[in-house]
Design a protein around this ligand. Structure first.
Ligand code: BDR
Ligand code: CA
Length: 313
């Protein structure tokens, strides 16, 4: 089997960091051709530094990391230090990276890598606001017909929102970019809060990461321990939702997830519902389906996969 080529577009964030480690621990299935960073959970300088830190932790300093957009297309940047801590990866306990960023803006890298890959070869995995992907599509629309798929974490429908009652954080931060992406015609697989709120870091799972007595195991344990505090308090659950690794887990084992191919549109005008993903789950419109929206996850299988792969690092 040849490894599937992917670009991870990300704003680490503890859960982004775990997603990056999961991908880098799976070279037989996934060929990470680049990591591109975007402002989101924390400002761009920190998301870029955190991506470099994760490459170093995984021993993969060969991965090009391109820094991207410092703010959303239209709106002011909104960050989430209240969830992720000041650094974005509080709890990891890792030193500053020595690896340096690769030259070239993330938007240029996305365009160049897509145009030079074969048609249908490259998949983009956005784990943060969609600014870089939206800008790449505006600048070089031909990438739409060359990409195999976009598999993203974002949105919510029956689960509602987490940044506002209506909107999930990634889509809320740059709804205009999300609108461009959802109108692009690229096949989209979406991991909304409906799925990720079932991927809960229950104490027994967190303990399994602690038991992996390696730098990666300890870093993941420390990050999850930090990250889940906010969500446990907010949701009153036994663990926090581990959002972004769902994207990578889907590429490794799509059978862990179940969903439906449906029309999705993005709210970009009403301040009350800004960034809402309006999912036509019940076929109320004649709109064409543009995304496979996931709703189900085998969360025990998901954590088994995650623990097994992190232990390989
Ligand atoms: C998403 O927002 C960020 O806080 C997480 O990294 C994840 O990508 C969840 O809404
Ligand atoms: Ca993220």
């Amino acid at each position: 089997m040849t490894a599937r080529k992917i670009i991870i577009d990300t704003d680490p964030g503890q859960d982004d960091a775990v997603a990056i480690l999961l991908a880098l621990a799976s070279p037989e299935e996934l060929d990470v051709v680049a990591i591109t960073t975007v402002a989101g959970n924390v400002p761009l300088a920190l998301t870029t530094r955190n991506a470099l830190t994760m490459c170093e932790l995984a021993g993969r300093t060969d991965i090009p990391v391109h820094a991207g957009s410092i703010r959303p297309m239209v709106r002011d940047l909104v960050t989430a230090e209240y969830v992720h801590g000041k650094s974005g990866i509080d709890g990891a306990g890792l030193p500053e990276p020595t690896m340096v960023v690769t030259e070239g803006h993330a938007v240029d890298a996305i365009i160049e890598l897509t145009m030079s890959a074969d048609v249908g070869e490259l998949t983009i995995c956005p784990l943060g606001p969609l600014t870089n992907i939206g800008l790449a599509l505006l600048r070089e629309p031909r990438i739409a017909e060359r990409l195999r798929e976009i598999v993203l974490m974002g949105g919510g429908f029956f689960a509602g929102g987490n940044r506002t009652p209506a909107a999930e954080f990634n889509i809320y931060v740059d709804p205009h970019a999300a609108d461009v992406v959802f109108h692009s015609g690229i096949p989209i697989t979406m991991m909304p809060l409906d799925v990720t709120h079932k991927a809960l870091t229950l104490p027994e799972y967190v303990a399994r990461f602690a038991a992996i007595d390696t730098p990666a195991g300890r870093a993941v344990h420390g990050m999850l321990d930090f990250f889940e505090r906010f969500d446990i308090e907010r949701y009153g659950t036994e663990g926090g939702p581990l959002h972004d690794p769902c994207v990578i887990a889907y590429l490794l084992d799509p059978g862990l997830f179940g969903g439906k191919h449906v029309p999705v549109r993005i709210e970009t005008t009403s301040e009350l519902t800004m960034g809402m993903t309006v999912v036509d789950w019940w076929g109320a419109t004649d709109d064409d389906p543009n995304a496979t929206v996931m709703q189900e996850i085998d969360s025990a299988g998901f954590f088994d996969l995650l623990v097994e792969r992190i232990a390989r690092i």
